[in-house]
Design a protein around this ligand. Structure first.
Ligand SMILES: Nc1ncnc2c1ncn2[C@@H]1O[C@H](COP(=O)(O)OP(=O)(O)O)[C@@H](O)[C@H]1O
Ligand SMILES: [Mg+2]
Length: 466
């Protein structure tokens, strides 16, 4: 981060300096987890549901933090503010304003933000020093914390923007105004909170609206709600597509998947074409890769560099479509990070591909935050799962009561001969599976974050080797 004195921090945030030397400097990382506080850093104390950061203020300073950003008095050097996220936003914005040469890209969409951000960051890093968030640092806390990591050496910021309501993305765009904006898709993630897909589109489109006239809106031509955002921006529009017959300037043709579901395709751009082989799993990573390619191209990367970079890019964030082959021949697809209807369909498609000719099992937890359409969405996904491949699914294990409608949906498929199994928790799911699993079977594990099925996936991945 750019070194800032406590006096400067107090001025930028409109806060009040307490017990601190105004000339003491913050030059280390700004964190909200006191365990990560380090020398020269700033610890932002947040009152959460389970614990209150203010209780850890002294520990953070003992660990080397210069000061604490707090909303009530603490006994260590601190800047007292009315609202911590607003203070972080003000600080982040002051850093952005102090670094006019940094080019800022924002990525949003209902599914694939983190995957695309990780791909894009691995391309853009080849052009110069790049700051991109770890994992999904994409809200009113993670976003400014990421921006605050930028310093005089930084050339690019590749940011993930999330929204749970109208105005959220507009807010993040004021914290760090992007010149480049990528919109991936409009889907059902958090659709319940938004009140329908049109509201989701309104919210995601705030990124397009925030772009300046000399900016670039990178839009998915295959999603009509995203393409319509072209009307909502002053920026130049560049589209990408993986649909056959598209005339989008950045597109993929000859898409195929290898035995492990890793996509290969020919990347077409106005500059020419190049073969690309991804290390990531699942056809849904084709649009993600195209979005990253379109962004890198706008930042000046040549076609060979893009194709090479995409082929070298690895999955940086855990539990997103990790494919693990056990020594006994069982394949585990760990996609336990999160779930919504679109991403579960994408994962089921990958399961079907990997299980071609063999048996497929799915351990699915519930998809959270779908609002009134929740039951119907779960039934539809269950039906979709029961229809995969030639032989369909050998077993669908629904974890937890809220996931039970998946089984009802699967049973709607009359021709389905697989088993519909209810498990109260992850341990029960593992037990049900253990009695059935044979070498060369493929198992998908997926649910919303709240279900924490990554433990189930980890247990499955570890099991056979011992
Ligand atoms: N373009 C996409 N379309 C549909 N599903 C996707 C796409 N990209 C990723 N996914 C699915 O969504 C899950 C979450 O991906 P992630 O990149 O973390 O998205 P986000 O950050 O938007 O939550 C992945 O595990 C995968 O199953
Ligand atoms: Mg994410």
């Amino acid at each position: 981060m750019i070194p800032l004195s406590l006096a400067q921090i107090a001025r930028v945030t409109g806060g009040q300096l307490c017990h601190g030397d105004p000339d003491a400097v913050v030059s280390g990382e700004v964190v909200i987890d006191s365990r990560r506080a380090g020398p020269g850093g700033l610890f932002a104390a947040v009152a959460g549901e389970r614990s209150d950061g203010h209780d850890f203020a002294a520990a953070a300073v003992a660990a080397g933090a210069t000061a604490v950003l707090a909303t009530r008095p603490v006994t260590v050097p601190s800047v007292l503010v009315a609202d911590v996220p607003a203070a972080l936003a003000a600080l982040a914005r002051s850093v952005v304003d102090a670094l006019p040469a940094v080019r800022i890209a924002g990525i949003t969409g209902s599914s694939g933000k983190t995957s695309t951000k990780d791909l894009a960051a691995q391309l853009v890093e080849r052009l110069g020093p790049t700051i991109a968030p770890a994992g999904s640092y994409n809200n009113e806390f993670g976003h400014p914390l990421t921006v605050l990591r930028a310093d005089a050496a930084t050339r690019y910021l590749v940011l993930e923007l999330s929204a749970r309501g109208i105005g959220h993305i507009a807010y993040l765009c004021r914290v760090a105004p992007p010149r480049y904006g990528v919109v991936l898709n409009v889907g059902h993630a958090h659709a319940g909170e938004f009140g329908g897909l049109d509201q989701v589109a309104r919210a995601k489109g705030e990124l397009a609206e925030a772009l300046p006239a000399d900016g670039v809106a990178i839009l998915n031509a295959d999603d009509p709600r995203v393409l319509a955002m072209a009307e909502r921006t002053e920026a130049r529009v560049v589209t990408f597509s993986s649909a056959p017959g598209s005339d989008a300037p950045v597109r993929a043709v000859d898409i195929r998947l290898d035995d492990l579901g890793r996509p290969g395709f020919t990347l077409l751009t106005p500059e020419g074409s190049a073969p690309v082989s991804l290390r990531l799993h699942g056809a849904h990573n084709v649009p993600n890769a195209l979005a990253a390619a379109a962004l890198a191209r706008e930042l000046g990367m040549d076609l060979d560099g893009i194709a090479d970079g995409l082929g070298a890019a690895v999955a940086r964030s855990r539990w997103r479509m990790e494919v693990h082959q056990r020594p006994d021949g069982v394949t585990v697809i760990n996609d336990a990070y999160n779930a919504n209807p679109e991403s579960v369909r994408a994962a089921i498609d990958a399961l079907a591909h990997l299980a071609k000719g063999g048996r497929a099992f799915a351990i699915l937890g519930h998809m959270a935050e779908l609002g009134g359409t929740s039951r119907a969405s779960h039934e539809d996904i269950g039906e979709y799962a029961a229809r995969i491949g030639d032989s369909g699914l050998a077993g669908l294990i629904a974890v937890g009561e809220e996931a039970a409608p998946l089984l009802d949906g699967a049973r709607r498929v009359r021709s389905w001969t697989g088993e519909a199994l209810a498990a109260p928790d992850g341990a029960a799911a593992l037990e049900l599976l253990a009695n059935r699993l044979k070498p060369s079977d493929v198992v998908l594990v997926k649910a919303s974050r709240a279900a924490h099925l990554e433990g189930v996936a980890a247990a499955l991945e570890g099991e056979a080797g011992q």
